[in-house]
Design a protein around this ligand. Structure first.
Ligand SMILES: [Zn+2]
Length: 429
């Protein structure tokens, strides 16, 4: 959707008569009326700016998250096309050593659990640079990656992981199934949130899955996002936010049944769900599924009013962070940032924090150094700058890596420096 489309809809008389009227639910089609959280207008979180770009116009899009009153899918309207997000996606999974290890352990577990071998087939959707499939390939298990970003798929192909440069959905699933390439294991890690046509994607999984096959899907767990007030997990590239209950419902609508679920520490708390064909009774539904379902119900995730407190709690977090920064500035203290992750951009834009409150931030990624954060225009420097400028406070933006960062920057204690964590509630450590 373009900015023009947004303008046209808001000037439509029907939209004016009910200003809460939102788009249709991505899953069930019901009109979205309930706001989960409205983080205002924000630029795309990965659009880091060069100095020359600071003087140009910058597109901002709404970060208005709805919760569907019918199916409870928490979602953002797709303002950004999937082509835009995926076609030149710059993130190479293999650059993260902990993520590669996470993938290796997963492949070992799945080979044992599903008895995968030379007769099996594994298909990974959004397979990135082959960081995960390489482990199946090394064990002689036929594997196929589907990756829409051509530059990343090239890397995978060169390293011996066969990868198609395509978007996944019903069309591609039919083509693969017709070629006799049904999958015994379909892997979908951190992709479901980014799929604009959710039903088409899940329908494709149903078609591609072998009769006794298994699908595993990983995604950040909405329950943990809510408990930890992790509103900075919201960005334009994440269209949908799932609980186990809504994920189960979406899969069930397409003939897939969840039979096991694991809770993982990745991304501030993620889920790995295991699904099979609804008609395949060879794998009974584990207790883990029922247990998590009832825990989510107890947390209020199966009632619309269970979602209503989040927006207010987020505003409190914003006020606490701003109060701290203003008081620090009044007391002539210096505050700098650590990291330039996508989540940091959501936080800083929502809170209106610019270089008036945060002098600069640093990042280890050389691609980001010398650039500026989108929207807030805070400069990104080399991490050495912290030792040179000896700030009183370091605001940690990738809070999920807090322990690692505190260790790396332990030297700030020498001059009495302290760490600031913005989420769930401001903490100075
Ligand atoms: Zn819905």
């Amino acid at each position: 959707m373009s900015a023009i489309d947004i303008f046209e809809r808001s000037s439509d008389p029907a939209a004016r008569s009910d200003d809460k009227q939102g788009p249709p639910c991505r899953f069930c089609g019901a009109t979205l009326r309930a706001t989960f959280v409205d983080l205002g207008m924000s630029p795309l979180c990965e659009s880091y700016l060069t100095r020359a770009q600071l003087n140009r116009m910058e597109p901002f899009y709404p970060l208005h998250v709805y919760v569907c009153g019918e199916c409870f899918l928490v979602q953002l309207e797709a303002y950004v096309s999937a082509e835009h997000i995926f076609s030149e996606y710059a993130y190479f999974s293999s650059y993260s050593t902990s993520w590669v290890e996470h993938a290796r352990l997963y492949t070992e577990q799945m080979i044992d659990r599903l008895c995968l071998g030379a007769e099996s087939r594994v298909v990974e959707l959004a397979s990135n640079d082959g960081y995960l499939l390489q482990h199946f390939v090394a064990r002689g298990i036929p594997s196929l990656g589907v990756e829409p970003a051509a530059n990343i798929a090239d890397v995978a192909n060169r390293q011996g992981v066969p990868t198609l440069v395509r978007f996944f959905g019903e069309q591609l699933a039919r083509e693969l199934a017709a070629e006799g390439k049904a999958a015994d294991l379909i892997v979908a890690n951190n992709v479901l949130a980014q799929v604009p046509d959710l039903n088409d994607f899940v329908r494709g999984m149903k078609i591609l899955l072998a009769r006794r096959g298994v699908v595993t899907i990983e995604f950040p767990h909405l329950m943990r996002t809510m408990q930890g007030l992790q509103f900075d997990q919201v960005y334009h590239e994440h269209f949908s936010y799932f609980s186990s209950t809504t994920a189960e419902r979406v899969l069930a609508a397409h003939g897939l049944a969840v039979f096991d679920v694991e809770e993982l520490p990745t991304h501030g708390g993620s889920l790995r769900i295991f699904a099979r064909h609804a008609e395949d009774t060879s794998r009974p539904v584990e207790e883990s599924v029922r247990e998590l379902r009832s825990r989510e119900a107890a947390e209020g995730l199966t009632r619309l009013d269970g979602y209503s407190h989040f927006a207010e709690a987020v505003k409190e977090t914003k006020r606490a962070l701003l109060s701290f920064l203003i008081e620090a500035k009044n007391a002539k203290k210096t505050v700098v940032g650590y990291g330039a992750p996508g989540k940091g951009n959501t936080l800083l834009n929502y809170c209106g924090i610019r270089s008036d409150l945060l002098d600069y931030t640093v990042d280890r990624n050389p691609y980001k150094q010398g650039k500026f954060l989108p929207g807030t225009h805070i400069p990104i420097d080399h991490p050495d700058r912290i030792e040179e400028t000896r700030p009183d406070y370091v605001l940690i933006l990738p809070w999920n890596l807090k322990n690692e960062i505190k260790q790396q920057l332990a030297f700030i204690r020498e001059w009495g420096g302290q760490f600031v964590l913005p989420i769930p509630r401001l903490a100075v450590e």
